[in-house]
Ligand binder design. Sequence first.
Ligand code: FMN
Length: 232
Amino acid sequence: MEVIVVYGTEHKGSTYNIVQLFLEELLVTKENITEFFLPKDMPNFCCGCTSCFGKGEEFCPHYEKVQPIKMAMEKADLIILASPVYVWHVTGQMKVLLDHFGFQFMVHRPNKAMFSKTALVITTAAGGGMKSAIKDMTMSLTHWGVGKIFTYGKAVAASDWQGVNNKKKKQIKQDVNKLSVKIKKRYKYITPSFKVKALFFVMRFIQMRFHFNPTDKKYWEQQGWLGKQRPW
Ligand SMILES: Cc1cc2nc3c(=O)[nH]c(=O)nc-3n(C[C@H](O)[C@H](O)[C@H](O)COP(=O)(O)O)c2cc1C
């Protein structure tokens, strides 16, 4: 299994350690893991030029940083997005990365490769905010067309991994074990969820009916999606 992990922090704390537990349980070998740490690997804020929407993603002034992450996602069987909860949401740096992938939202130019992908969204908090942080990440993944999304959120009652008590660590290991079994069983046989397919057909209708963005429209035509072709 090929895996990309995008960490919404450079802090190797609870979130990082839970990701490592998943990678062990999923039996992923080191050479099949590509990791990106934010903000180190994508330090730029979106400047709002909208070149990615209007001209193409390669015109983004930060494309050099975005492209390796895009390519690793395309190659991977499993996309892991992992972020601690900061003030009830993902970290600012994770949000900044997701902003740079707005061009591949279903309403613009969804990437065909995403429809057969599995994703795993991981978050930890001291006490609360996991639900909204998970939603921050699943919202993008769904709009990218990712076929199947698993989630794991945990209140660890600590500010780093050393502070997490043994009872909680044991519970986390059991949860990781259970979820990993499901992922291993499913990841080779992904067809997109009903929600993803429904989104695709709504956006297809919009592309056929309206002419908001010629770059998007041309892309949909080239893919054959306005005819009989489908991305799954
Ligand atoms: C800036 C900041 C904001 C935080 N906001 C929340 C929060 O809204 N809710 C919460 O329960 N914990 C919050 N925390 C605690 C972290 O989410 C928690 O300790 C998490 O497990 C840290 O993950 P890490 O060890 O991977 O860095 C915050 C921590 C920081 C540094």
